[in-house]
Design a protein around this ligand. Structure first.
Ligand code: CUA
Length: 313
């Protein structure tokens, strides 16, 4: 049956997958069996008891106690089995081991931010060691999001007013996608992140290097990397298309009309302020919805972004 499983669910990336998948496959098999049974019987009865057929003559039975007991007790037993099987998996998913590594997750429109115990913050990219329980403590800065990692078989709502948690233990190195599974506005489907499962040593090195990426890249190339990785592309197009925020095309050096009627030139200082303190100057016709990137971007990354924006002519 593993070919069918591979067809229906992503590869098993965590310890939960080995608990969740058998129950899932059981449910698929069970519903498939009953679908065929009920659809088959319906078809057969339609033919057998059609108008004018010989078996319709005579008096129809009003009930059959044995049959009624059978079709009540068998489903009852099946539902009880599913309940206890499910509760077992729910409890192991709800209670993280005491020695789990804790990572904070912050959901906001439309990106995922991760905070590590040593103070490192990353956006849309999480790196975790293999074979180590990871506990996620999650909060939202705005609306309800949902942290969903199909490869790990975990999913949990992320609320603005209350911490929720999840945990997992990855069983092999690899890359897994994080999706937002609660509709949270226009760029909901772009609210994506990746989890890189790496060896303990690689994780330690990455943590000590401060999660730095793109060392040695030219500024504008690093800028493109930052633009994509930090989810800027969810709201700011490069081709002039109007999304939640203004397009970056041809913006550098041009006058910008603000919501309060002022006009400013989109120079380096304006762009920098708009990245670190987005509510300071709102472009006319747009909502003040952008989160701040203060503390998330290094000076080098801010320079790189500005350089990248300059090139969008
Ligand atoms: Cu966040 Cu959908």
């Amino acid at each position: 049956m593993s070919w069918l499983r591979d067809l229906l669910v992503p590869p098993q990336g965590s310890t939960f997958a080995h608990e969740v998948d058998p129950l899932f496959m059981f449910l698929v098999g069970l519903t498939g069996f009953f679908f065929l049974l009920i659809a088959g019987l319906t078809g057969w009865f339609i033919l057998r008891y059609r108008r004018g057929s010989r078996v319709r003559r005579g008096v129809a039975p009003t009930h059959n106690t044995a049959l009624e007991l059978l079709w009540s007790l068998i489903p009852l037993a099946l539902v009880v089995v599913i309940f206890f099987w499910g509760v077992q998996g729910y409890i192991s998913a709800a209670v993280p081991p005491a020695d789990a590594l804790e990572i904070k997750v912050i959901g906001k429109r439309w990106l995922w931010e991760f905070q590590y115990p040593n103070g490192l913050r990353t956006v849309n990219e999480m790196r975790v060691p293999v074979n180590k329980p990871i506990k996620l403590v999650m909060i939202s800065e705005d609306v309800i999001h949902s942290f969903y990692v199909p490869g790990f078989r975990i999913k949990q709502d992320v609320l603005p007013s209350r911490y929720t948690q999840l945990w997992f233990e990855a069983t092999q190195p690899g890359v897994h996608s994080v999706l937002c599974a609660e509709y949270c506005g226009r760029s909901h489907s772009d609210m994506l992140a990746t989890i890189h499962v790496v060896s303990q040593e690689e994780y330690q090195q990455w943590l000590e290097a401060g999660g730095a990426v793109g060392e040695g890249l030219p500024l504008s190339e690093l800028g493109r990397l930052v633009y994509e990785r930090y989810g800027c592309d969810a709201c700011h197009s490069l081709d002039g298309t109007r999304l939640e925020g203004p397009s970056l095309r041809g913006v550098f050096g041009k006058p910008v009309l603000l919501a309060d009627g002022q006009r400013v030139i989109a120079d380096e200082n304006y762009l920098r302020e708009s990245i670190l303190n987005p509510q300071a100057k709102i472009v006319a016709g747009y909502q003040p919805v952008m989160p701040t990137f203060q503390g998330l971007l290094s000076e080098r990354e801010i320079n790189a972004l500005i350089e990248f924006i300059k090139e969008q002519k």
